[in-house]
Unconditional design. Sequence first.
Length: 210
Amino acid sequence: MDLYEAIRTRRDTRHFTADPVPPAVLERALRAALAGPSVGLSQPWRFVDISQRDRHGWLKSFAQSRSKAEEQIADPERQQLHQRLKLEGLEEAPVLLALFCAYPEPETFTLGTIGNPRALEWSCACAIQNLWLALTAEGYGAGWVTILDLKAMAEELKVPQLWEPLGILCIGKPADSYGGRPMLEQEQWGQRDKHLDHFYFTEANLSTPR
């Protein structure tokens, strides 16, 4: 699979088979993540494998965070859909990686972060995208779950205090191709806008945002 095909077919996967992820596949994907760009060559990404944890216990601890999000959804059917889409990956995926951004000590200078320290988190997003595309090219899928009590997750794992939690990446063999479309589109949650002129502007047309 070439790069553009991987980009086009990558999906936020929530439904997985029970097939294990070969260690060599995971290692190649992680090495792709390490090849990502990072501000000041900081390489702030950290991945903690939590695949062997008691998932039922973790899901219970995340219930409060989930319910707060679902309170913002007025339609009861969409509330149920939201819960199902967000949780199934955590329950089914053979590999779970907790994602963190490792901030430096306050007195440490990181090139490129004076204007905005969050550039470190943006660097992590680049690494995660590399990992995601590598998994896609290998025939595997991933889903990034952020509707969690991230602070509680970090405390439970006893990671360093300066590690900012970014969520959990569920990894495995996709159980559904979603008809070749994004899952949320198939589930009628929303539609992907493919019109480039809705997202790309020149200074001349910037006064007419879409």
